[in-house]
Design a protein around this ligand. Structure first.
Ligand code: GDP
Ligand code: MG
Length: 441
């Protein structure tokens, strides 16, 4: 796939504008990549259409070639969709927090129950596992082993009473948890090999009996396209609040993640990556996006191209800084925005003799500050920005009105600017700064 993309890139590289043809060509490759990753076709269609629209409206980036830019949009969009509304586990106001696991047999529910329990225990909780899977003969035993490994309590029906009633077990487990001061209850339920009515009814009955704070739908990332029908069935039959993707240690490209997220709108909360208790992590949308796209090299390239571009901008600015005179309020604003966005110029400044003070000043700016400064500068005329000396009392009052700040704030900004300019003039007078364009004369 990467080979194909490279050829698309080289044919597009020379152009400066993002045309419909550029977008279409790249999107054809994206479409294939998504299908190869097992993303369901309707989801692929909707996603690609969405990306095309965004790409069309987007400004042409100076840092990237058109194909790279489209890939970047795709990647950003994937991360956004996969990560949109990510959230932590919701803990109940009055304990215990009840978490119910639902999913097909073999999805990894019981394994996950242990992982989740251990993870919670490590965070200072006192979780309890509940064996509400009474379908398979050794399911209770399996959970007992998992509980032992995770070093957490397990609530199970007493042996010897024949087949117990999972709804009754779930209900009784909550009272038990309260008595034993367990603050989180994790209910492991039965699954079937396929979607079936009885399974859904049982899960729904358990849900109604215990009213969980979180129902997590556990789905095997390896099942690919089937993830969509399974997710839909569980959505309708039981309903759920979050998704856990399992078996991400396998070679599945993880299209299931995008499909399930797209179809159900529910957040993917955790990722399971192996059979051991520690093979468990919060879900990382960025990792998933690059896994689905399978364009690691391309993404790295894009990142590098952007970084280089940013560094060049920073150097250009540093050049202007050291010459002092050409430094305007627009530059001041741009420079602060840049400092805000990334580190390089701060480091650059730190290396220049006498710049320590300037760097300290820059370090003090926070986001809100920057917004206000931007508002003030944007309320100035171009003439005032280029020649701040002309900003007298009445101009200050006008600028203050225009930007919704006090006159004092406008004055303080102008003073800050003059300080910065003075400092730079002083430096420009004779300091040769190695490797700095525009410095030393
Ligand atoms: P359940 O039927 O939903 O309770 O699924 P289980 O927890 O019993 O898991 C089914 C099988 O998948 C077991 O052999 C697990 O060891 C295995 N398994 C579960 N999660 C993972 C995972 O993230 N990675 C891998 N490789 N295997 C897993
Ligand atoms: Mg199980």
């Amino acid at each position: 796939l990467s080979d194909r993309l490279t050829s698309v890139f080289s044919s597009l590289r020379a152009k400066g504008r993002l045309s419909d043809a550029d977008i279409d060509a790249t999107c054809r490759e994206i479409r294939i990549a998504l299908l190869e990753a097992d993303v369901a076709l309707p989801v692929v269609r909707a996603f690609v259409a969405h990306v095309k629209e965004r790409a069309r409206g987007s400004e042409v980036s100076q840092a990237l070639n058109p194909a790279q830019q489209v890939v970047k949009i795709v990647n950003d969009e994937l991360i956004e969709i996969l990560g949109g509304e990510t959230r932590r586990l919701r803990l109940a106001k009055t304990p215990p927090t009840i978490i119910m696991l639902a999913g097909l047999q073999g999805a990894g529910k019981t394994t996950l129950a242990g992982k989740l329990a251990r993870w919670l225990r490590e965070q200072g909780h006192a979780p309890m596992l509940v064996a509400a899977d009474l379908q398979r003969p050794n399911a209770v035993q399996q959970l007992a082993v998992v509980g032992e490994r995770a070093e957490v309590a397990v609530f199970a029906p007493e042996p010897g009473n024949g087949v117990g009633d999972p709804i009754d077990v779930a209900r009784r487990s909550i009272d038990h948890a309260k008595r034993q001061q367990h603050d989180v209850v994790i209910i492991d339920t039965a699954g079937r090999l396929g979607i079936d009515q009885e399974l859904m009814r049982q899960a729904a009955d358990i849900r109604d009996a215990v009213r969980p704070d979180e129902i997590l739908f556990v789905v095997d990332a390896m099942i690919g396209q089937d993830a969509v029908t399974t997710a839909q069935a569980f959505m309708e039959g039981v309903g759920f609040d979050g998704v856990v993707l399992t078996k991400l240690d396998g070679d599945a490209r993880g299209g299931a993640a995008l499909s399930v997220r797209h179809i159900t709108g529910k957040p993917i909360m955790f990722a399971s990556t192996g059979e051991k208790l520690g093979d468990f992590d919060a879900f990382h949308p960025d990792r998933m996006a690059s896994r689905i796209l399978d364009m690691g090299d391309v993404l790295t390239l894009i990142e590098q191209a952007q970084k280089t571009f940013d560094e060049e901008q920073a150097k250009k600015m540093a050049g202007k800084l050291t010459s002092g005179d050409g430094f305007t309020l627009d530059d001041f604003l741009e420079q602060m925005a840049m400092v805000q966005k990334m580190g390089p110029i701060k480091n650059l400044l730190g290396m220049m003799p006498g710049m320590g003070q300037m760097r300290d000043q820059l370090n003090q700016i926070d986001d809100r500050d920057l917004d206000r400064i931007a508002a003030i500068i944007r309320s100035m005329t171009p003439g005032e920005r280029a020649e701040p000396k002309i900003i007298n009392g009445s101009r200050r009052a006008r600028i203050a009105r225009g930007s919704g700040v006090s006159v004092t704030e406008v004055s303080s900004l102008v003073t800050r600017f003059f300080d910065a300019q003075k400092m730079m003039k002083r430096m420009a007078g004779g300091l040769g700064i190695p490797g700095m364009p525009g410095s030393g004369g």
